[in-house]
Design a protein around this ligand. Sequence first.
Ligand code: PLP
Length: 394
Amino acid sequence: MLSKIAQNITPSATCELEGVVSDMKAAGVDVIGLNAGEPDFDTPENIRDACKKALDEGKTRYINVPGIPALRKAICEKLKRDNGVEYTPAQICVSTGAKQALNNAIMAVVNAGDEVIIPMPGWVSYVEIVKLVGAVPVCVDTKEDFQLDLDAIEKAITPKTAAIMINTPNNPTGAVYTRESLEKLAELAIKHDFYIVSDEVYEKLIYNGKKHECVASFSEGAYNHTVIINGMSKAFAMTGWRCGYTAAPADIAAGISAIQGHTTSNSTTFVQWASLEALEKNDGTIKEMVGEYAKRKDYTYGRLTGMEGITCANVDGAFYLLPDVSYYFGKKYDGKEIKDSFDFCSYILEKAHVAIVPGGAFNAPNCVRIAYTNSMPKIQEGLDRLEKALKELN
Ligand code: PLP
């Protein structure tokens, strides 16, 4: 019989949709994917070469659980340079993607029965990661433009609150949290003594002059109450490589390494050498990708807000927009009614062969998530098809 924890877990809606889209593509359907939470760019050549070199040099064995010293040192240098925070390599644990880093962090700071606050709309895995340790996710709405609602967060705090999981720039909203809101959040974390698990995987993907703020850098108190999560997937187009990390206060970092030592041990050795190359050499390629995303974001936003009934927050981070499409709920096609965001996305996939993700999967029931992780011509065609399909509803 399946365990209670396994029964309680909802499979990832985004991973499931990706499966449907691949099956359709394999069957020869010309699907335009505006669903994938991953860069459409290839991993840069120098990073691939560094991996091949590491393999040829026999860097294929078990290593220290928290990772190769050179990579942990480079991560510390990155955190100091980009985020203004000082860590020693002993405070860094390299993991199999930011996803494992998040799971490690929650296991290290949350007990069964504790509560973890999650601002919503939020990434599909946060609620499930909290449930995996037998803790209780406490979902709190964001306010205008998907910014943190500090009053709502304060009201949600109880003696059982062990942590809050934040993500800026945000998946699925694209919002970049303001410094002011993060400062207030840090004050609450210090006052009520809970951890901020700060997922910064989209930190490099910011447009129109907005700036990423790292909450751990604000004060000693904020630093002592924060676990930073970051990784290579989004910034360096390295999603399949599975390399992420945590930076945490020393006692928490030791707990994280101990936990990882009994799950996966070290993350893949030769991938760590490639990740070192990425951190040391690839700031330039990030800039090129960001320039391209910025153009796509402006175009996608312009097109969406030009469509009848659609409204959308004009956000400046990650590679997502989360338009409100509820104007179309209650409309019909082939005698079938579009009742919610799931029906809306099924219709668009079926009719227009465009894949987008239902907002219902992220606690945004009136919305859909559109990822501009496809080439400009594909985005243009995808949005043309979307607009045409919407006109056919009545
Ligand atoms: N955090 C957020 C907000 C994400 O959107 C994702 C991936 O979609 C991850 C973490 C996981 O990243 P990784 O590929 O490093 O496991």
